[in-house]
Ligand binder design. Structure first.
Ligand code: GUN
Length: 305
């Protein structure tokens, strides 16, 4: 095993390099505008259907942003908004209708769902060739074998940000906080594959001596959903930090009554970092871009062989 380490140079100013998802997402959208136009020229207008159930305010914002982004790159988008009291059978019928619609290439059902609904049954019902979230067990299986048809959106966005930021990954120690099926676990899978070649530690609520592990990280990914949980004493100088968190914390000084913050306590962590993602404007916009990229990929599956 190679013992070579590749240091990420710190910015000359002594400030960390900001890994801007906003800028990266704008660049990806430019590519997607061309991809969508090429598909339309070939007779396929990519279409994305987003299903939302109920009135979760964060989900409403995410879905609005996804639909707007789809429209910006010239895709057809359908926003199917079902009432909070929707039953399992009604949601399943809505998904089956979208599965059968040839104008719909990508389907996602925004999570979390109201408690009467079973998200696992919905995930398994979405046609795997339209599963642009990459949540279907078939697609997760392909991913785990290193033969992905789609890449899960948030992990793919993180990899893209690392690449665009010239952050070395091969041989590096990556510590991931949070083992969710949406972020932590699929990211661990991807980074451990040949080509990325990271050494990955996937941490969770039962992990012992966590700060000792996080202080060994060359790249630390925080995906716990706990506001400002990672503090400066938990990281080493020169670390690259990816903050997946998007938390609302009460703030009486704001008009909205809250402010957005990540899972990382930015003020104490950022001064020690070689590079860090801001919140907002870091991982979030990339997740949406990767969803659109998967929708283009799903539309390409319909091109004649
Ligand atoms: N809820 C939070 N993140 C996601 C996501 O990436 N996809 C879906 N469908 N729901 C989510």
């Amino acid at each position: 095993m190679s013992t070579m380490t590749q240091a990420v140079p710190r910015a000359a100013s002594g400030h960390p390099k900001l890994l801007s998802g906003k800028d990266a997402a704008a660049a990806v959208e430019e590519e997607l505008i061309r991809d969508v136009a090429a598909l339309k020229a070939a007779g396929i207008a990519p279409g994305l259907a987003v299903v939302r159930v109920g009135e979760d305010p964060a989900s409403a914002t995410y879905v609005r942003n996804k639909v707007l982004a789809a429209e910006r790159v010239g895709m057809r988008s359908i926003h199917e908004h079902l009432p909070e009291t929707t039953g399992q059978a009604a949601l399943e019928r809505a998904i089956e209708t979208l599965n059968a619609d040839p104008a719909v290439h990508g389907i996602l059902c925004q999570l979390p769902l109201p408690p009467q609904l079973d998200p696992n049954r919905i995930t398994r019902l979405i046609d795997p060739t339209k599963d642009v979230d990459c949540f279907h067990p078939y697609n997760v299986g392909l991913l785990s074998l290193g033969e992905p048809r789609f890449l899960p959106c948030t992990p793919a966005g993180i990899l893209d940000l690392l690449q665009r930021g010239d952050i070395p990954v091969s041989g590096q120690r990556v510590v991931i906080l949070g083992r969710s099926n949406i972020v932590g676990r699929p990211l661990a899978l991807l980074l451990s594959h040949k080509g990325w070649d990271a050494t990955v530690t996937l941490c969770h609520s039962r992990t012992r001596d966590l700060p000792q592990l996080t202080r060994q990280a060359d790249i630390l990914v925080a995906a716990t959903g706990i506001a400002e949980w990672v503090t400066g004493d938990m990281v080493r100088e020169g670390v690259v930090v990816i903050d997946v968190g998007m938390n609302r914390v009460e703030d009486a000084t704001r008009k909205t009554g809250y402010r957005l913050c990540g899972d990382v306590h930015y003020a104490s962590v950022a001064p020690k970092c070689a590079a860090i993602t801001p919140v907002p404007g870091g991982v979030g916009p990339m997740t949406i871009s990767m969803l659109l990229r998967n929708t283009v990929q799903a539309a390409r599956l319909r091109l004649p062989a």
